[in-house]
Ligand binder design. Sequence first.
Ligand code: F1P
Length: 318
Amino acid sequence: MNTTEKVIFEQFPYWGKAIGSNAAIGKEEDLLVFLGCGTSFNLALSLAAYANNLKRKAIAVPGAEWLNRPSYFWPDWKKTHVVALSRSGETTETVAAAKASRAAGAFVSAVTVEPESTLAKNCDQLICSPTHPDEGIVMTVSASLMVLLSLQMIGQTVPRSVIASAQRLANTLDVALPDIIRDRSHFVFLGGGPLFGIALEGALKLMEMSQLMTQAFHPLEYRHGPISLVDEKTAAIMLYSEDQKQAEAKLVSELRQKGALVIGLGGPGDLELPIDVDLSLAGLVVLPTLQILGERAAQARNIDTVSPRHLTKVVTLA
Ligand code: F1P
């Protein structure tokens, strides 16, 4: 077992430490601006959707976009509550965006696993929990932890039972891997509402781990062009949401007819995996499953995810 795989399966005690470690914060009337780069931006997208559904107004913006042109995202950008997500707390664009927002008068919360980082020292409020010491370049445990902490920050109760739910789901998929994805080289992740950011994260994870082409879409967008790429090389991962399940299941049957192999998380597919939490916690619960999928896809191609090609743990710009 390599370190990436070990860390994915050993992440749950860290969830245990994070659950209940922080409470809801911020004024309901303030716009929440979730910021991040890479994985952290994907998480931001999901969290903004969750926040809106909890009646906290929210948007998600990539770090550099908020740094360089915030007024294109929100006219009154100086009067916002910025939530900067960064595992390392050192990513250049995220740190600079947090500093600039703060200097302009915004309230800045930092969500990170590094309490001594530059971001942690340049915020009004630090939300932090320890991660697995062996976590490597590919972000796994801390991605889950930042979602968990941020959900609690927006007032979502996270019950301890999510640990067993997430573990069960990851183990159930893992039994079928890598056989189910053998000969598949085009991976499509589909998820709606708060699961769109999670679908993007599944796609990014598998791409950086296995160097395969991946894509992510809102499920019902997929027919509008992208479906032209589907063939026997395609594996689609459908992140079902109960409020749109019938329509998503119909799309899945069309994809299967066109040659795609479908892994259904929470609904029908060639492999159907039950999810025993509702949409409010599904984004968190599916993350380890998507991480192990990326790892197994990489192993099937003899790619070492401990040193992924062209990637570094932190991107710092001179
Ligand atoms: C952001 C990030 C990661 C990515 C890579 C480079 O890091 O883009 O998402 O996997 O490791 O950095 P951070 O700001 O969350 O530390």
